[in-house]
Design a protein around this ligand. Structure first.
Ligand SMILES: [Zn+2]
Length: 275
């Protein structure tokens, strides 16, 4: 044992070294045009495999990246690996601020869905009354009618408007609202049984590398309602993909095993009917 390793063993309590070792469902993945040039389809597939990621919610700006992942996994299927494709609402960066009022976007989603393999729509960003628009209503109703899951980065006001359009919608709440108090998240889970919270960028769940007592209790109580994700929205997030997944594996190990399995894999698998 070298000196560095000896020091490591001495200062890190044994329990902190435990990691969740089961499969991961990455419920927030982007394979955008600016990533495609740096990370080939083969390279990202390798990355998933190395990190024990057995399914991904794939979406991209524009949708070409998603199609490339779907097609690659059809041509050369990786056993036990699933691509769950979502239709992105942005064709390019100019769509970010305007999509929710642009009927062309609703039409694009309906046309893209004709490929037959999509399982959802998003991730999209929407705040407050923007969600009340006719275009958003059309998209929510279309998604609900096709059993497509919505992936929404939104505030509480928009979340409630999305469900008001159609209570049959299923919604993954990107980042679980970022700063919504846990008591309020609990109310929303009770009010909307078809709502799931996704956890990318939620560094606040841990403190000093351990789950906070509040989050630990909350995850244990609501284990059926959470998903983990990478949110590879910029290339730096592809670079740090192993660290992102490693962080999840460390805090998942602090939960009762059944809760960890649900959040890591089973909830995503159940949502999309994976084995
Ligand atoms: Zn994202």
């Amino acid at each position: 044992m070298n000196r560095l390793l000896a020091l490591f063993v001495a200062v890190v309590p044994l329990g902190a070294l435990a990691v969740y070792e089961g499969p991961l469902f990455d419920a927030h993945l982007h394979y955008n045009d600016d990533a495609v040039g740096h990370y080939s389809v083969g390279a990202v597939m390798e990355l998933f495999s190395k990190n024990g990621v057995k399914a991904i919610i794939a979406n991209s700006r524009p949708n070409d990246g998603t199609r490339a992942l779907v097609e690659a996994n059809r041509k050369a299927p990786r056993p036990g690996f699933a691509v769950v494709p979502f239709i992105r609402v942005y064709r390019d960066r100019a769509d970010y601020g305007t999509w929710h009022a642009n009927p062309d976007i609703a039409q694009m989603i309906e046309d893209e869905a004709k490929r037959g393999y999509y399982r959802g729509v998003g991730e999209f960003h929407i705040f407050g009354r923007e969600a009340a628009s006719e275009v958003v209503k059309r998209i929510v109703n279309f998604a609900a009618s096709r059993d497509l899951v919505l992936h929404a980065h939104c505030d509480e006001a928009a979340l409630e408007l999305l469900f008001a359009h159609n209570p049959q919608a299923r919604i993954i709440w990107a980042h679980t609202g970022f700063n919504t108090p846990l008591a309020r998240v609990e109310e929303l889970f009770a009010k909307y049984p078809r709502l799931w919270g996704e956890l990318s960028y939620r560094w606040d769940v841990t403190e000093g590398g351990r789950l906070t007592p509040e989050w630990k209790a909350f995850f244990t109580k609501h284990a059926a309602r959470f998903l983990v994700g990478s949110d590879t929205w910029v290339n730096q997030r592809w670079q740090s993909y192993p660290e992102t997944m490693g962080t999840y594996r460390r805090w998942l190990a602090e939960l009762p095993p059944e809760a960890a399995e649900r959040i890591a894999w089973k909830n995503g698998a159940a949502l999309f009917g994976l084995p």
